[in-house]
Design a protein around this ligand. Sequence first.
Ligand code: ATP
Ligand code: MG
Length: 399
Amino acid sequence: MLANPFHKAKAILEIIESYQHQAYFVGGCVRDYLISRPIGDIDIATSATPDELQQIFESIIPVGIEHGTVIVRFEGQSYEVTTFRVDGNYSDQRHPDTVTYIDQIDKDLERRDFTINALAMDKDGKIIDLFHGKSDLKKGIIRTVGNGVERFSEDPLRIIRALRFSSQLGFTIHPETITHMKQVKQEIEGLAVERITKEFTKLFAGEHVQKALDYIINLKIYQYLPIFRDNDQLFVRLPANVKPLLSFSEVLVLFHFLDRSISIAAWSKAWKCSNKQKREALQLTEQIDLFSHEGLSPWLVYQLPNTLYGGFVRLISCLCGKKVMMEQMLEIDHALPIHTKQEINFSGNDILELFPGSKRGPWIQQLLNSIERQIVTKQLPNEYQAIKEWIKWNPPGIN
Ligand code: ATP
Ligand code: MG
């Protein structure tokens, strides 16, 4: 009997097998299941080609069809189903130049990065373990499948992935694998930065992030990473005992505070971050600065979007060694008289009416900003008459 998350997915293996193809659960889901870690996505490997899968299942999304991967939608869930394959060269350091479909799982498992990721499980829960992955899982060891120098040269991202798994699982990288990482580490420089960013996001969010950071410092991996390569003191300056940071925006902010001369804009550009990540990093930076001046004030809580409260708490703990409680932030938020500018009981037009003959201009926005701050800090009630009176005593500079 399979464990719960696999129970539903088992039907997919059975359907594929009923068409005379093989199908297995593979990779991270089998690894995590065996160590009782919460399972992320369930990935399936099969001898059926994407064309054959398209005939078997009604609903298929051809996400990575050029590499033999399709998403099968089944009973409201998505599963990545990949045809058994061997990879050609990785000459662009992004994708293998060619993929060749095969009909046995063994060579497919051999192309995978680490022994603990090269496990497969059939529909009855029987494990296929060709590279002692189970034993490495038990010992807590990360070790390449086959020769590390070859495997890391094929795809240097695997070096970063080894660090990422050490952070997520708390595992030790096998000494031989470490030696091989050292030999190939310069090739990290040729990787597409988006691939590194993705792994780094998971690395920093891992429960044992400090373990991965120690590896990065000892192996001097930072010498081959954007920005770090020209600022080799950054990793060394990290505070002791870094705790997990759950988004890449938080990671940017952490490093920005270690050297204020490197702007968030520069970090975002070099690490090809999304506009959202950049915006979040800027918002967090602004409020951390405010915190250093006035502590956890209503104005700070008002300006910080609720979705960033967690990141703010984590960063304050990491950067200032101070404990801000999430509950405290929520309490302050709850007690705020307004939550957005739109809630102010006075509009730009109301202001213009008070100053007939004045032209529209930035002064209106500036005045509204001052009113907003007065209301949030409870120096002014959010009432039309009160605001009108306040403006009389605090007239704007109109040019
Ligand atoms: P997570 O739980 O974070 O998704 P995962 O082990 O599933 O971890 P993925 O990046 O989703 O990691 O990859 C799925 C599987 O594909 C891996 O377990 C591994 O077998 C294989 N794999 C992924 N990337 C590589 C790579 N660059 N080189 C070799 N094998 C890889
Ligand atoms: Mg996965």
